[in-house]
Design a protein around this ligand. Structure first.
Ligand code: SF4
Length: 289
């Protein structure tokens, strides 16, 4: 179900320091997510989203952003995509993320988008404009196997489409890469999977891969995930229960070897394992570290 809501604020300050992406502000135009990944952490009780199948659309998002952007004294990076994907299927009609990017471009703020959708290419022109300051697009890829991804991320475009989108962005000079997280124990924690992701991301023009070797498991998120394991991977729930009990973090099997393989491979092909951080100097020159 889609519900329209009026939000009070759109840009949230990110607690500093924010280690992954160097964000200053976070923007979520949607709450809930049509991509319906079976492992999604946003189902956890702490996020207070009662029914994650419902998507709430902040219909006044653009009005809010128009008011909020000129009031921000620090032109820090605006991130979007941490709690819901900014390129849900319904964004194709609503175009709220697209309009938000137009405003962001006009106000010359840097942007970092995290998505699982190639719909981001619709906004390629405005991203190129934002990139005169700084634009980065990170695709979450946990497997390159489209049929496996259909079970794990049933509402999202396949990884092959994400890799094609990455190539198109890289060709336009936009910084792009991968969040390789979560890596699901017993399903994705193989040397073969990690090797394929690194190899294909590199071929697609990625500059970095940010990994996490394992997954979170808590309250409602765990319940939903285990129900989906029963549906798609019969018998696997038992392995999880036996191995992880009520642990919050479920690490990948053979984690040290997997991580070593990943880091060696990234070094071999020339991929960073963190996103280059970015700051705006007083003279507005871009600096990447
Ligand atoms: S795309 Fe992200 S926010 Fe949406 S369901 Fe998947 S993990 Fe959750």
């Amino acid at each position: 179900m889609i519900h329209e809501i009026q939000a009070k604020v759109l840009l949230a300050h990110v607690h500093q320091p924010e280690p992954w992406f160097g964000l200053k502000y976070n923007m979520n135009i949607y709450r809930g997510c049509q991509h319906q990944c079976i492992y999604c952490d946003s189902r956890s009780e702490c996020y207070q989203i009662e029914n994650f199948n419902d998507v709430l659309v902040k219909v006044n998002a653009i009005d809010l952003l128009r008011k909020e952007l000129p009031r921000k004294r620090v032109k820090g990076t605006i991130g979007t995509g941490s709690m819901s994907d900014p390129y849900l299927p319904l964004e194709a009609q609503r175009n709220l993320t697209g309009q938000a990017l137009e405003l962001i471009a006009a106000h010359q703020f840097p942007v970092h988008i995290i998505t699982k959708s190639d719909l981001v290419l619709r906004d390629l022109d405005v991203l190129c404009q934002i990139n005169q300051v700084y634009a980065a697009v990170t695709f979450t890829i946990t497997t390159v196997d489209d049929s496996l991804a259909k079970k794990l991320e049933p509402g999202a475009p396949p990884p092959s489409a994400r890799l094609r989108a990455m190539r198109a962005l890289a060709e336009k000079g936009i910084l792009t890469g991968v969040t390789m997280m979560p890596i699901l124990p017993f399903i994705e924690d193989t040397q073969e999977n990690i090797t394929q992701i690194v190899t294909l991301a590199k071929e697609a023009g990625a500059s970095y891969i940010i990994p996490s070797f394992g997954m979170t498991l808590r309250d409602r998120q765990r319940e939903y995930y285990y129900a989906k394991l029963d549906e798609h991977f019969p018998g696997l729930r038992k392995e999880y229960e036996h191995r992880f009990g009520s642990q919050y973090f479920a690490p990948a099997r053979d984690l040290p070897q997997l991580e070593t393989r990943f880091r060696n491979l990234c070094q071999e092909v020339g991929l960073r394992t963190a996103i280059p951080q970015f700051t705006l100097q007083k003279n507005q020159q871009l600096r990447l570290f």
